[in-house]
Design a protein around this ligand. Structure first.
Ligand code: FAD
Ligand code: NDP
Length: 505
C-alpha cells in the first residue's frame, strides 16, 4: 500500500548493525512519531521501528499508526461524507435543485479516503528523513533494556543498542473468541475503511466510540446499519448525553439492539450474507442476516510479545503498561524504558494525548526539561450522527466527587439556525455546563451535542484549563448567530426546574 522511498533510506540500515542510539522508539504511530522527531530535532540519535501485522481479514497499511490509517482520519472523512449527504438533502429547502435519492458510491469514497491516507504515509516517511530519524520498517522486540531486535517482514534481523527505549505500540481491535465464527467472518475497524466492496447491511457489535461512530456514518451513507449494545452506550461519558446520542442515531435510521450479545456467526458461502445469532439479557434468542459484521468491542494493547514482561516491565492483566513513577507517568518499572500513548494504563486513548506525551518525554530526555504530561481536562469528541463533545467532569462524576448539593448544572436545548429552514429536528441539540455551587463557581465540565461540537468545544477547553468560572463564562459576549454562543448564554439551572429551551434570539 505504501509508495516506496529510495531503498538506501530504509534497507541500508538492515543487517548486522549494532549501532548505538540515544533513543529507539518501537511503534511509528501518533506517539512514537512525535517523540522520535522531537528527540531528533533536539540533537539525539534516534531510530523508530514501525511494523503492521495484517488484521485477521488480511488488511495492511503504511506508516503512521492507528489514527492515520484505521482511526481518526479515515473515520472523520467518512463521517464528513455522511454529513455531506444529510446537508445535500437539506439543500433543496435552500433552493438547490437536488434530485431525490442521490445515489452514493462507496468505491469513490473509499478510493478518496485511501489515497489521502497513502499521502499521509508518504508524508510521515519524508518527515522522518527530513528530521534525521532512522526508520526501520521492522518489528521491535526488547532483548534487554538496552537492546532492541528489529525483524523485517522477510525475517532479516538487526540489533539496535539504545540508551533509552520508548514503547508506543498502540492497540488492536479485540475479538470475542468465545463467539463461534467471529474470528473467521467478522471485520473490525482495521478493515472497514479499506473495504473495496460496499459493506451492505451491517451489524456493528459494541456501544462505545468506534461502534457508534461507524454505525452512524454507515447509516448516513445509506446502508442498513445496526448497533448491538451489550449494556449502556458510551460507558464513562455523561449518560444523559450518551442517551441523546443513541436516540439521535436511532431517529436517523440506525437500528439499535439493546442489551444483546452475539452468540454465533455462520457463513454458508462467501457470496451469501452472514447469519448472526444473538442473545438478549432476558434470555431470548434471535437471528438475522448481514452482509458485514464488525466487532467494535474494545481494543487490546500490543504489548504481549515484544519482550516487555521478560525484561521486567510491569503490566496489568489486560496488557497495559503500568507507569510506576508517581511524578512521571510514562516511566516504567525499568529505568530507561518508557511507554506512551494507548498502551499506558489508565490514560486516555486519544491521538493528541499520545503526541503531547511523546513530545514532552523527548524534552525531558534530551532538553533538561521537567515538564510532565497533564492528563487532566482532556477534551474529546464522539463523531456520531449528532456530534458530542465534552471536557471535564460528567454529571455522574461531579455528583460522585462533590455531592449533588455542591454542584450547579446549567443546561439548554437550543436550535441551530441552520436547522430552521430545512426543518431539522433539534430535540437532541443540548448543552450542559457543570459548576461548583459556591463562589467563584468554578466550571468543572462542559458538554455539547450539536453540529461541529468538536470545533466549538476546543476553545472552551482552553478556558477550563485556565480556571474558567461561571461568572467569566456568562460575562463573555457571544458570537451571533452561532450555536457556540449558547454556551455563554446558558443560565437555567437544572435545580430551578425551569424549561431550558432557548427561545428567540
Ligand atoms: P498507534 O497510533 O496505534 O501506533 C502504534 C504503531 O506501532 C502502529 O503502527 C503499530 O502497527 C506499531 N507496532 C505495534 N507493535 C510493533 C512492534 N513490535 N514493532 C514495531 N511497530 C509496532 N483518537 C482521537 O484523538 N480522535 C479520533 O477521532 C479518534 N478516532 C479513532 C477511530 C478509531 C476507529 C480508532 C480505532 C481509534 C481512534 N482514535 C481517535 C484513537 C487514536 O487512533 C489512538 O489513540 C492513537 O492512534 C494512539 O497512538 P499510539 O501512538 O499510542 O499508537
Ligand atoms: P471501548 O473499550 O471504549 O468500548 C468497548 C465497547 O464494546 C463497549 O461498549 C463494551 O460494552 C462493548 N463490549 C465489550 N466486550 C463486548 C462483548 N464481548 N460483546 C459485546 N459488546 C462488548 O472501545 P472502543 O474500541 O470503542 O474505543 C477505544 C478507544 O479508542 C476509546 O476509549 C477512545 O479513547 C479511542 N477512540 C477515540 C475516538 C474519538 O476520539 N472520536 C473514536 C474511536 C476511538 P460495555 O460497556 O458493556 O462493557
Amino acid at each position: 500500500m505504501e509508495t516506496s522511498l529510495p531503498q538506501s533510506f530504509v534497507a541500508d540500515q538492515l543487517g548486522a548493525s549494532t549501532e548505538e542510539y540515544d533513543l529507539v522508539v518501537i511503534g511509528g504511530g501518533s506517539g512514537g512519531l512525535a517523540c522520535s522527531k522531537e528527540a531528533s530535532s533536539l540533537g539525539a540519535r534516534v531510530a523508530v521501528l514501525d511494523f503492521v501485522d495484517p488484521s485477521p481479514r488480511g488488511t495492511k497499511w503504511g506508516l503512521g499508526g492507528t489514527c492515520v490509517n484505521v482511526g481518526c482520519i479515515p473515520k472523520k472523512l467518512m463521517h464528513h461524507a455522511a454529513l455531506s449527504g444529510e446537508s445535500m438533502r437539506g439543500a433543496a429547502h435552500y433552493g438547490w435543485k437536488v434530485p431525490p435519492d442521490v445515489p452514493h458510491s462507496w468505491g469513490v469514497l473509499a478510493d478518496a479516503v485511501q489515497n489521502h491516507v497513502r499521502s499521509l504515509n508518504w508524508g510521515h516517511r519524508v518527515q522522518l528523513k527530513d528530521k534525521n530519524v532512522e526508520y526501520f520498517n521492522a518489528k521491535g522486540f526488547l532483548v534487554d533494556p538496552n537492546t532492541v531486535k528489529a525483524t523485517t517482514a522477510k525475517g532479516k534481523e538487526t540489533l539496535l543498542h539504545a540508551k533509552n527505549v520508548v514503547v508506543a505500540t498502540g492497540m488492536r481491535p479485540s475479538y470475542p473468541t468465545e463467539v463461534p465464527g467471529a474470528m473467521e467472518y467478522a471485520i473490525s475497524s482495521d478493515d472497514i475503511f479499506w473495504m473495496k466492496k460496499p459493506p451492505g447491511k451491517t451489524l456493528v457489535v459494541g456501544a462505545s466510540y468506534v461502534a457508534l461512530e461507524t454505525a452512524s456514518f454507515l447509516t448516513g451513507l445509506g446502508y442498513d446499519a445496526t448497533a448491538m449494545v451489550r449494556s449502556i452506550p458510551l460507558r464513562g461519558f455523561d449518560q444523559q448525553m450518551a442517551e441523546h446520542v443513541l436516540s439521535h442515531m436511532q431517529e436517523h435510521g440506525t437500528k439499535i439492539l439493546h442489551q444483546c450479545v452475539p452468540s454465533a456467526i455462520h457463513s454458508t458461502d462467501s457470496n451469501s450474507p452472514l447469519r448472526v445469532e444473538w442473545l438478549a439479557a432476558d434470555g431470548s434468542k434471535a437471528e438475522d442476516s448481514f452482509d458485514t459484521v464488525m466487532m467494535a468491542i474494545g481494543r487490546t494493547p500490543e504489548t504481549h510479545s515484544i519482550g516487555l514482561k521478560e525484561i521486567g516491565v510491569q503490566m496489568d492483566a489486560q496488557g497495559f503498561v503500568v507507569g510506576t513513577h508517581h511524578e512521571e507517568a510514562e516511566r516504567t518499572s525499568v529505568e530507561n524504558v518508557f511507554a506512551i500513548g494507548d498502551i499506558l494504563q489508565g490514560r486516555q486513548e486519544l491521538t493528541p494525548v499520545a503526541i503531547r506525551a511523546g513530545k514532552l518525554l523527548a524534552h525531558r530526555l534530551f532538553n533538561q526539561s521537567n515538564v510532565q504530561m497533564d492528563y487532566h481536562l482532556v477534551p474529546t469528541t464522539v463523531f456520531t450522527s449528532i456530534e458530542y463533545s465534552c471536557v471535564g467532569l460528567s454529571e455522574e462524576e461531579a455528583e460522585a466527587s462533590l455531592g449533588c448539593d455542591a454542584i450547579e448544572i446549567y443546561h439548554a436545548y437550543y436550535k441551530p439556525l441552520e436547522y430552521v429552514i430545512p426543518q431539522k429536528d433539534a430535540q437532541h441539540c443540548y448543552l450542559k455546563v457543570i459548576t461548583q455551587r459556591d463562589q467563584p463557581q468554578r466550571v468543572l465540565g462542559m458538554h455539547l451535542l450539536g453540529p461541529n461540537a468538536g470545533e466549538v468545544l476546543q476553545g472552551f477547553a482552553v478556558a477550563l484549563r485556565a480556571g474558567l468560572t461561571y461568572e467569566t463564562l456568562s460575562s463573555t459576549v457571544g458570537i451571533h448567530p452561532t450555536s457556540a454562543e449558547e454556551m455563554v448564554k446558558v443560565h437555567i439551572s437544572k435545580r430551578s426546574g425551569l424549561d431550558p429551551t432557548v427561545t428567540g434570539c
